[in-house]
Design a protein around this ligand. Structure first.
Ligand SMILES: Cc1ncc(COP(=O)(O)O)c(C=O)c1O
Length: 372
């Protein structure tokens, strides 16, 4: 253990004086929820992703859950989604009594393989939750066509992809609902928090009601027109979000720069680097995940790096193999070989907008030594 060296964490938010001022302003106003700051934040998010409507919510998970309501998912329905994701993208279907059906992924992009999606569709399928994993846009054109052909709803889990672009336009601008998350490891943060952007005024109205205990636009405080939730985002969090969106371009550019440094530093290390952008897909850098060669002891690598004061994480375990999924649905190893192989070999390195070159050099040297 190199005790004299500072520990390099996996992620870090970028908070500055402007964020502090905005939060203080709300605290001093005394208007901590349902005030004017929420709508201001929502307009900025909507503009950033080129969507006409935005409903801020208390988390990305809450946003995904509400999108299952938009899609009309209920008991007996199936929702096709990716096993190589964070659990929330599958759990949202279960919350509404639906069943997640996993389709395997593309080993290059780690996103849903459209052919596997088609194979997973049954007469019970109601929706597809497509994830932009690690900020790399999923195959939206193919998935949209599949949804149109089969009469399914498309929900985009863009929780990791704020700022990504598909076919030259921002993720979020393509018509279907998109869900965003602002936990502190994300590109921008509100502490806890999330949002759903939509292109349909009716969907937006429903989201606004559902997140606010089912109140209707015309309801007084204690009148509830439908079963809803408390999935509101408070104004303190929204104020932080305003500061973050204001510097989103700088954050995204800095993260892109850090990723480019890693690509340079790791060029001679025996790992697969994250794929490059192409004409259709422009990544928003969320994490920096490398794939270790088959047979390398990932836990051993992680321990070696930890001993050097470097945090890493085994992003991402396959959701179908989580213990509660196995118990509930009988899922087993071998069902989704591509996802399972990626899950056994992928590793997230420290990554955030203000990671310094010297720290990246330390990470690269430690990884090189651990793999050798
Ligand atoms: C792909 C994906 N979906 C959903 C979520 C859930 O977001 P939250 O943690 O805000 O509920 C996350 C966040 O970790 C995520 O990465």
């Amino acid at each position: 253990m190199t005790a004299s060296r500072t520990r390099i964490g996996l992620s870090a938010p970028w908070i500055d004086e402007r964020d502090e001022e905005l939060v203080l302003e709300v605290l001093r106003s005394g208007w901590l929820s349902l005030g004017p700051t929420g709508p201001r934040f929502e307009s900025l998010v909507a503009a950033a992703v080129e969507a006409p409507h935005c409903a801020a919510v208390s988390s990305g998970t809450a946003g995904l859950h509400l999108c299952m309501r938009l899609a009309g998912v209920g008991p007996g329905d199936e929702v096709v989604t990716s096993p190589y994701s964070f659990v929330a993208s599958a759990n949202c279907a279960i919350y509404e009594g639906g069943t997640p059906v996993f389709a395997d992924i593309d080993p290059r992009t780690y996103n849903l393989d459209p052919d596997a999606v088609v194979a997973a569709i049954t007469p019970k399928t109601k929706a597809i939750v497509a994830v932009d994993i690690f900020g790399y846009p999923c195959e939206l054109a193919e998935l949209t066509a599949i949804c149109e052909q089969h009469g399914l709803s498309l929900v985009e889990d863009a929780c990791e992809a704020l700022g990504a672009r598909y076919r030259g336009r921002p993720v979020g601008s393509h018509g279907h609902p998109a869900v965003w998350a602002f936990y502190p490891n994300k590109q921008m943060t509100t502490g806890e928090g999330g949002a759903v952007t939509t292109h349909d005024a009716g969907e937006h109205e429903l989201l606004v009601s559902l997140r606010n205990q089912g109140r209707l636009e015309t309801s007084s405080w204690l009148q509830h027109g439908r079963l809803g939730f408390n999935y509101r985002l408070d104004d303190i969090s929204a104020a932080l979000g305003i500061g973050q969106v204001e510097k989103l371009d700088r954050i995204l550019a800095a993260r892109r720069g850090v990723a480019a440094e890693y690509a340079d530093l790791l060029a001679d290390v025996d790992v697969e680097l994250p794929i490059e952008d192409d004409v259709d897909h422009e990544r928003s850098w969320f994490v920096y995940v490398v794939k270790l060669p088959a047979g390398v002891d990932r836990d051993g690598v992680m321990h070696r790096l930890s001993d050097e004061g470097i945090a890493t994480a085994p992003y991402l375990p396959s959701i179908h193999l989580q213990s509660y999924m196995r118990e509930r649905y009988g899922f087993r190893e071998g069902m989704l070989p591509v996802s399972e192989d990626c899950s056994s070999r992928t590793l997230a390195l420290p990554f955030h907008a203000r990671l310094e070159r010297a720290d990246q050099e330390r990470v690269a040297a430690a990884l090189r030594a651990a793999i050798a």
